[in-house]
Design a protein around this ligand. Structure first.
Ligand code: CAO
Length: 546
C-alpha cells in the first residue's frame, strides 16, 4: 500500500493561513474528499479535504500552525479503492479554479444606492436548496458577512454579502432552490461601511456575481480557492462556525447560537457541538427551545424525572389478551396527556339549583314533542356558560407566550362519548343561537360523532368545553382542560337534595358542577365567582338579561 502525503492545495491569493481545526487523528480511516483541517486567514476560512481514501499514519500539523500551498498536512496509507478522481499520489490535491474573477474585480467605491444581492458563481451546481437564512431585513450587514447557506447533494456553502449596508429585502426562504444570478435580496448600501461595495447591479441576462461562496465544505470536489471573507466577526447572534460544523449541528438539531465556542476567536468546533449534545443528553444543560416548551414556572427544563413505565409479565398472574387502541383513543390520549402534564389544573366544585330550569325544560319538550327537537340540560348549560364567559373574559382566552388571547367569539365544545372514544364537537357562535337551535345542532353533531362522521371543522375553534356525564351518573370529577382553552366545565347527574332555605329544608334539584381552570391564567377567586355566577344563572335564567 502506498503512502500518500496530503498537502495544502492552491488556496488562492493567501500566503499563509492558520490551522484552526484538526478534524481527524492518527489511526482514523478517511474517505476521499473528507475534510481534514480547517484553515483561516484574516479574511477567509476553508476546509481542506483529503485527496484520497486511507488510514492516517502521521499528522504533520497541529492547531495554530501556519501553512501554505504545498505544506504537508498528513501522511495516509492509501486504500486505493476509494480514490478521489482528484487525488494523485504524493502530489498536492487538485484544486478547482476560483469560481470567479478576483474579488477586487467586483468592487468599486462605497455605494449608498440599493444593491442587489445575487447568487454568485457556485460552480457546476444547479438548483441548490437554501437551508439556512442567517440574516433578516433590518439587519446591519458587513461586507462578506454570510447571508444564507445553500446546499447541494455534494456541498454546502455560505453566500456572503457583496457590500455593507442595511438589509432591505430578503427574497428567498428556506427550501427555495436557487441558481447563479438569482436575487437573494437587496441592501441599502452604507457609505460609512469599511468594506467595499459591489459594483452596479448585474443585468438579468448575465448577472455579475455578488461574491463567491465562502468556506465551501465540498464533499466530492476539491476545495475552491476562496475570495476574501470575514467569517470571524459575525454580527448579532450569528455563531462563528465552519459550514461543516453548522451541518453537523443541524444534523443533531443543536442550536449553534447556544453553543460556546472554544476554538480560536470563540469559533465553535465539532467538539463543542459534541460536548453540548452530551450535556443536554445527560440533563446538565437544556436548549432554549426545550425550556420554552416547558410549562411556565418549570422552565428550568429539569424534566419530569419519572421512573420508567413498569414492565410486567402479566402471564405470570393470569390469562390475558392484547387489543390495539383505536385511532381516536390514541389521538385524544396523546392530547389529554400533554394537557394534563403542561397545564397546572385546579378544579372547583359547586352545585347549581336547577329545579325551575328542569321544570321549564320538561314543559318545553312537551310543547315541542311534535317538532322532534329534544331540549336537554346541556343546551341550557351552553347558554349559561356563554353568559359567564362574557362576564369573566379571562375564561374565554388562550395563553400565547406571555400574552392572553381574549376571544370575542363564543364557540362551545361539548365532549361526546362514542363507541370509538371521546370527541369534542363545537357549537359555533353559541351566543347568537337560541336553545332550540343549539339543541338541534347538538343532536346533529352528536349523531355525526357516534357515526364517526365528524369533520375537522366540526371540532375546531372551541373557546371553552363542557363535559357532561349527567346522562350517566356520578357526583364530581376533574375534567382535563382542552388546550389551548383555559377552562372546562364538568357536569354530573342532578338529583333531589334537601336544601336549607333559612327556615326549613326544601327538596331542590341540584346539579353538580366541576370547573377545571388553568392556574397560569385564572385564580381561585375568579373560578369561585365564575361557578357562583353560573349557578345563579341556572337557578334563574332571567339573570342573563341583567
Ligand atoms: N342530570 C340528570 N339527568 C341528565 C343530565 C343531568 N345533568 N344531563 C342529561 N340528563 C338526562 C337527559 O335528560 C336524558 O334523559 P331522558 O332520556 O330521560 O330525557 C339522559 O340523561 C341522556 O341524556 P344525553 O346524554 O343523551 O343527552 P345530553 O344532551 O345530556 O348529552 C352528549 C349529549 C353527546 C354530551 C352525551 O350523550 C355524552 O356523550 N356524554 C358523555 C360525555 C363524556 O364522555 N364526558 C366525559 C369526558 S372525560 O372522559
Amino acid at each position: 500500500m502506498a503512502a500518500i502525503e496530503v498537502q495544502v492545495p492552491d488556496i488562492g491569493d493567501f500566503d499563509e493561513v492558520s490551522v484552526i481545526e484538526v478534524l481527524v487523528k492518527v489511526g482514523d480511516t478517511v474517505k476521499a474528499e473528507q475534510s481534514l483541517v480547517t484553515v483561516e486567514s484574516d479574511k477567509a476560512s476553508m476546509e481542506i479535504p483529503s485527496s484520497a481514501a486511507g488510514v492516517i499514519k502521521e499528522l504533520k500539523v497541529k492547531l495554530g500552525d501556519k501553512v501554505k500551498q504545498g505544506t504537508v498536512l498528513l501522511v495516509l496509507e492509501a486504500q486505493g479503492v476509494e480514490r478521489s478522481a482528484s487525488s494523485v499520489e504524493r502530489e498536492q490535491p487538485k484544486t478547482a479554479p476560483s469560481p470567479q474573477a478576483g474579488p477586487d474585480a467586483q468592487r468599486s467605491t462605497p455605494n449608498a444606492q440599493p444593491v442587489e444581492l445575487r447568487i454568485p458563481d457556485i460552480g457546476d451546481f444547479k438548483d441548490v436548496a437554501v437551508i439556512e437564512i442567517l440574516v433578516k431585513p433590518g439587519d446591519a450587514i458587513k461586507a462578506e458577512q454570510s447571508l444564507i447557506t445553500v446546499e447541494s447533494d455534494k456541498a454546502s456553502m455560505e453566500i456572503p454579502a457583496s457590500a455593507a449596508g442595511v438589509l432591505k429585502t430578503l427574497t428567498v426562504k428556506i427550501g427555495d432552490k436557487v441558481n447563479v444570478g438569482d436575487l437573494i435580496g437587496s441592501l441599502e448600501g452604507s457609505g460609512a461601511a469599511s468594506a467595499p461595495a459591489v459594483a452596479a447591479p448585474p443585468p438579468a441576462a448575465a448577472p455579475a456575481v455578488a461574491s463567491a461562496p465562502v468556506a465551501v465544505a465540498e464533499r466530492t470536489a476539491p476545495t475552491a480557492a476562496l475570495p476574501p471573507h470575514e467569517p470571524s466577526t459575525p454580527t448579532g447572534a450569528l455563531p462563528h462556525a465552519s459550514p461543516s460544523v453548522r451541518k453537523f449541528a443541524r444534523e443533531l438539531g443543536v442550536p449553534l447560537e447556544e453553543v460556546k465556542g472554544t476554538g480560536p476567536k470563540a469559533r465553535i468546533t465539532h467538539e463543542d457541538v459534541q460536548s453540548f449534545t452530551r450535556s443536554v443528553m445527560q440533563g446538565e444543560a437544556t436548549t432554549k427551545a426545550a425550556a420554552a416548551k416547558a410549562p411556565a414556572g418549570g422552565g428550568g427544563g429539569e424534566g419530569l424525572g419519572l421512573l420508567p413505565w413498569p414492565k410486567v409479565d402479566f402471564a405470570k398472574f393470569g390469562p390475558f389478551e392484547r387489543k390495539e387502541m383505536g385511532r381516536i383513543k390514541k389521538i385524544s390520549g396523546a392530547n389529554l396527556h400533554r394537557n394534563w402534564v403542561m397545564i397546572p389544573h385546579v378544579t372547583n366544585h359547586d352545585d347549581a339549583d336547577i329545579t325551575e330550569l328542569e321544570a321549564f325544560r320538561v314543559q318545553l319538550n312537551k310543547e315541542n314533542e311534535k317538532s322532534g327537537v329534544k331540549v336537554t340540560m346541556l343546551a341550557f348549560l351552553i347558554k349559561a356558560c356563554v353568559a359567564a364567559l362574557k362576564k369573566f373574559p379571562d375564561f374565554n382566552s388562550s395563553l400565547d407566550g406571555d400574552q392572553l388571547v381574549l376571544k370575542q367569539y363564543f364557540h362551545i365544545g361539548f365532549a361526546a362519548d362514542t363507541p370509538n372514544g371521546l370527541v369534542v364537537p363545537v357549537i359555533k357562535n353559541a351566543d347568537q343561537k337560541g336553545i332550540l337551535q343549539i339543541s338541534t345542532e347538538m343532536g346533529e353533531l352528536a349523531k355525526k360523532a357516534r357515526d364517526g362522521k365528524l369533520g375537522p371543522a366540526d371540532m375546531q375553534g372551541a373557546c371553552f368545553t363542557i363535559s357532561s356525564l349527567g346522562g350517566i351518573g356520578g357526583r364530581y370529577f376533574t375534567p382535563i382542560i382542552n388546550a389551548p382553552e383555559v377552562a372546562i366545565l364538568g357536569v354530573c347527574k342532578s338529583q333531589m337534595e334537601p336544601v336549607w332555605d333559612g327556615t326549613q329544608f326544601q327538596p331542590r334539584l341540584m346539579l353538580p358542577l366541576s370547573l377545571s381552570w388553568d392556574h397560569r391564567v385564572i385564580d381561585g377567586a375568579s373560578a369561585a365567582r365564575f361557578n357562583a355566577y353560573l349557578g345563579a344563572i341556572l337557578s334563574d335564567f332571567r339573570r342573563t338579561m341583567l
